[in-house]
Ligand binder design. Structure first.
Ligand code: ADP
Ligand code: GN1
Ligand code: MG
Length: 380
């Protein structure tokens, strides 16, 4: 398999650069994730089978991969230290472990200027593309809330902005409007209804931006890409074990994180579900998500942040739909696609969920009110 694929051939050369012992026996691409190239590689290490994850960072998306790696090293070291201080067990399954290169660096730059890194493979886990079990929604909320709590006291300077203005929804909207204007592939005619929907929802774009700008809500260190498949679940217990995909950990609002949880765990469908009649917010899933999140983040969230939890769900679902639509119009150059029209399908799913969140807004607000009542006291 390795010889058949040019990139896997490169991979064979790359793997030798890392402090991985033993012989590579098998490597295959991991089908999950829209951005990086991820390979799971099996080695024969003294007769035992050991797996590692090799990842090529997407340079088109991350313009400064060195900055990504600097952030990543700090974040991984801090998470590990915190887990050790708390006396946790199974730490190598609870956070990412960077395997250094033979000369002690966190990454290797190949002859084409591509950045590669290697992680210990976390075993006995699975990641989910859709959630139907409310207990899993609770796990998602708990895991990301705990992640934010663990990073609250990260020492040192501000993290690098690995993607500037990542959740600047107004700029995302402007990019969308420009894509419609240019329509370089003449695809807008296939997306009339979605373009109309986006234009109608433009006012949503300011929801979190304005609260941040006015100082109503604080900046914190956040994950910024909290979709559910970025949590690894213990396949035996279904408990959330590790949060992965740390490339966008930087300063932001916790509301972006919560919003992306709403987007990915409250409809019992995958992100690219084509049967839109199945896409809707499930109140039991939402309720469990909020309870899990407030259980771990409730001790530091301010009242203003709590007030914006429901709007943030709508905002990030809208923003992500907008990003899929923009990418569709521009020729699918950002998100990896697996079929023609994939990004348009993804956009439709997001917009359908936005509509469902709007329909159920009062019920969602009521759930948050109830959960706030039981969660740790708000910080003032
Ligand atoms: P992308 O940015 O492309 O989403 P991720 O860093 O999320 O890349 O990795 C893609 C997938 O690879 C993850 O969703 C997860 O399933 C798997 N993965 C990543 N790191 C590990 C690891 N250390 N152990 C096991 N699986 C991993
Ligand atoms: C990308 O990397 P991945 O697949 O976990 C994207 C997110 C989107 C998500 C939509 C760096 O996440 O922002 O919300 O796709 N990551 C980046 O599924 O753009
Ligand atoms: Mg990912």
């Amino acid at each position: 398999m390795i010889e058949r694929d040019a990139e896997l051939g490169t991979l064979l050369r790359v793997t030798r650069q890392f402090q991985v012992h033993g012989d590579l026996v098998h490597a295959e691409p991991c089908g999950i994730g829209h951005i990086n190239r991820t390979y799971i590689a099996t080695y024969n290490q003294g007769g035992a089978r050991v797996r590692y994850v090799h990842q090529k960072i997407n340079r088109r998306v991350f313009r400064d991969p060195g900055a990504v790696m600097t952030n990543l090293e700090r974040v991984c070291a801090h998470l590990r230290r915190k887990l050790e201080e708390r006396g946790e067990s199974d730490i190598s399954r609870r956070c990412l472990t960077i395997v250094p290169t033979r000369d002690g660096r966190s990454h290797y730059v190949d002859d084409d200027g591509e950045y590669w890194r290697t992680y210990v493979c976390i075993e006995g886990v699975r990641s989910c593309q859709a959630v139907t079990d409310p207990d899993l929604a609770w796990e998602a909320g708990r895991a990301f809330g705990e992640f934010q709590a663990l990073l609250a006291d990260l020492p040192g300077p501000r993290l690098h902005d690995t993607i500037p203005d990542f959740h600047h929804t107004r700029k995302r909207f402007a990019a969308f409007a420009e894509a419609v204007q240019r329509d370089p592939l003449n695809r807008a005619r296939h997306a009339r209804a979605e373009i109309e929907f986006a234009l109608r929802h433009e006012p949503l774009a300011g929801v979190v931006l304005d609260a941040l700008a006015s100082g109503r809500i604080p900046e914190r260190i956040t994950h910024n890409d909290t979709k559910f498949n970025n949590v690894l679940l213990d396949e035996r217990t279904n408990r959330a074990l590790a949060v992965v995909d740390l490339d966008t950990v930087m300063t932001g609002s916790v509301l972006y994180d919560f919003g992306d949880m709403v987007r990915t765990v409250t409809s019992p469908t995958a992100e690219d579900e084509r049967d839109l009649s199945r896409v809707r917010v499930s109140l039991p899933l939402f309720e469990k998500l909020v309870q899990g999140y407030l259980g771990s983040a409730g001790s530091f969230l301010t009242p203003a942040e709590r007030e914006l939890l429901v709007p943030a769900g709508k905002l990030i679902t809208f923003e992500t739909g907008l990003r899929f639509l923009t990418d569709y119009l521009l020729g699918d150059t950002y998100f990896r696609i697996h079929r023609p029209g994939h990004n348009l399908d993804r956009c439709r799913t997001q917009f359908r969920l936005v509509a469902s969140l709007e329909e159920h807004q009062d019920a969602l607000e009521e759930i948050v009110r109830r959960a706030n009542h039981h969660a740790p006291a708000p910080v003032r």
